[in-house]
Design a protein around this ligand. Sequence first.
Ligand SMILES: [Cu+2]
Length: 353
Amino acid sequence: MADRKGPAISRRAALGVTAGAIGAGLAGRTPAPAQQASARDHGGDNRVVGSVNHQRNGFDPHTLLTDWDTGTVSTLPDGRRLREYEVTAGDLEVEIAPGVMFNAWVYNGRIPGPTLRATEGDLIRIHFANGSSHPHTMHFHGIHGASMDGVPGAGQIGRGETFTYEFVARPFGCHLYHCHSFPLKRHIHKGLYGTFIVDPDPALHPDHADVTRSRLLGTPENARWQEFVGVMNGFDTNFDDENEFYALNTIPFAYFDKPVRIERARPVRFYLVNVTEFDPINSFHVHGNFFDYYDHGTTLTPTLTTIDTVMQCQAQRGILEFSFADHEPGLYMFHAHQSEFAELGWMSHFEVV
Ligand SMILES: [Cu+2]
């Protein structure tokens, strides 16, 4: 089949490649001296040789962390807020790991697709066009009617067709969307998914005015937060129904080689989504710190407090809140705590400055 071309690297061979990259990977790169040292200190053998050409891919994992698509906002005759988005599905050859090409399906030319962000109660319209060679949909996790469900017969469109999904943004939380064409696992693992964030409307939750999320969302204080979005994913590059690579936001080791910068004095809010195909769960673990966790982001008080690891099955998601204010500056790892996933790419650094 056309999408099965490309280097046939098995899951085990991928492990061998990363393990074999000791020294060669470090020698072949030109990281800043501090990062070079850190790679040795924190497991420099968990690497791949060379680097991915983000420019050729058309997206950079560092940009994806904070690239919110808040749509086009207008006011309806009845006074409600209307928020409209443009999303196009397409085919794209993506360099997943250095030299490993993957024939992906993408929303708006990237994996994950755009991080759509709205406020609770907004009327949402997503103008979806299909420029791909296969039929696709956008299936949202949220509350909507059957005709807007984005499944075959209700929003699945063929090549060159368009469809507009319309629903009210609710409940507030950290949600996702993905293609729901069949075969489902193929349409998901080829890259058709993204995050859908619905911020709580503080006016609707006055009784929670003293709680962290509602107090800081929608106020000038909100500007103090450092917000990031991360989608845990994997890629089966030889189509054997096992992932050869794992990542946060698609490119293995992207945030290990070039850390996610955090200003020490500002709190962190991390929107985390798991779409990993083939494996039952994925996880997020941070070093030297603990976080509060809002399961699905649908509550204003944390569902779990003071944890350093959380697991999610496919389509589970949540919001992490933490602070490095009391910490010394430096590099703090975060990664999947399935060691194999970490060794195959889901390994990252925060750089606290
Ligand atoms: Cu699809």
